[in-house]
Design a protein around this ligand. Structure first.
Ligand SMILES: C[S@@+](CC[C@H](N)C(=O)[O-])C[C@H]1O[C@@H](n2cnc3c(N)ncnc32)[C@H](O)[C@@H]1O
Length: 304
């Protein structure tokens, strides 16, 4: 069974053994899934399953029904019990997920190698997935993007996918505070032959963006991808909106924050920041907005 428990979509395949009732679900994670993050995810999943059944016996049938209903955690919060096809999205169950995955083109080898190296880091789940990367490529091509901003580089996957979608004359201002992670990024940018397109700026992104504004770069960018510290999101959104040309697009990652935005019991600083920005963008007259339930949720804001 594939369970979407990570902030960036599926992070592991789980085997769930449900014996004859009354039972407790037993989750085992695959060989590659042994770090702390995975352990937390397993515990979280087990707790979620248990609390969903509220001490009633779990049968194979009732478990599968539950699994189907909560399979896509982002959509599950929004789907009514009886779906009205005109008002809600289709539930993505495992066969449909596999169908969609099979239609994706093969992930280029350099990106696979970067993902492989990143997977050895404890923070690996911060990286965006291939499906989301394809969506970004599509948007960049539709925009005819040439100049872009990246807030939050990590090991450089989203920057690399952006660089590959830009023309030879394209430029990315890539902001991050971490030299170690961006060192890995630079290695793969070189390998892909796109390092000339990427202007890596190490330092707090707010300062870098303020510097660009002070240098008269307002309204000169086509696209911005925001994927850094969540409490800084509102500030990055405002600065990027000024730096964008009319008709440019901002994509804000983790807009659903693993479903936490819809959990009224979750009032962590990160969740509150994302929730507040989602609400602000959805009513912002300066943009046309759409929160796409892809990956961990991507809030798209097109500048009028
Ligand atoms: C979620 S990761 C980015 C993932 C990346 N977009 C990818 O697809 O691989 C967040 C990054 O934001 C960076 N970051 C955190 N706070 C920052 C700040 N104040 N200014 C710039 N970067 C920051 C972190 O160092 C980290 O590399």
């Amino acid at each position: 069974m594939l369970l979407r428990t990570g902030r960036k979509g599926p992070i592991a395949r789980w085997t769930v053994r449900v014996s004859k009732p009354p039972v407790k679900p037993i989750l085992r994670c695959t060989a590659g899934a042994r770090n702390k993050l995975m352990e937390d995810a397993v515990n979280w999943s087990a707790r979620t399953i248990e609390s969903s059944f509220n001490d009633t016996a779990i049968t194979e049938t009732s478990f599968l029904e539950w699994q189907s209903a909560s399979y896509h955690s982002c959509l599950a919060h929004r789907l009514p019990q009886v779906r009205d096809m005109t008002r809600s999205s289709l539930r993505i169950d495992e066969p449909l997920d596999e169908y969609l995955t099979a239609l994706l083109p093969e992930e280029p080898a350099v990106l696979v190698r970067l993902r492989e190296e990143t997977s050895r880091l404890e923070a690996a789940s911060m990286q965006i997935g291939w499906e989301q990367a394809r969506c970004m490529t599509f948007l960049l091509r539709c925009l005819g993007a040439r100049n872009t901003i990246e807030v939050g580089v990590f090991t450089g996957y989203s920057t690399l996918i952006t660089a590959l979608a830009l023309p030879d004359t394209g430029r990315i201002v890539a902001c991050d505070i971490n030299r170690e992670w961006t060192g890995i990024a630079q290695k793969y940018w070189r390998e892909a032959g796109v390092e000339n397109k990427i202007d890596l700026r190490i330092g707090p992104a707010a300062d870098t963006l303020d510097g660009m504004l002070a240098n008269g770069n307002a309204e000169s960018f086509d696209f911005a991808f925001i994927d850094a510290d969540k409490t800084g999101y509102d500030g990055y959104y405002e600065r990027c909106l000024t730096l964008l040309r009319p008709g440019g697009l901002i994509a804000i990652d983790n807009a659903l924050w693993d479903g936490s935005v819809a959990n009224t019991d979750d009032n962590s600083e990160d969740t509150k920041a994302i929730r507040a920005l989602n609400e602000k963008i959805s009513r912002d007259p300066r943009v046309e907005a759409y929160l796409a339930p892809i990956g961990d949720g991507v809030h798209l804001a097109w500048k009028r």
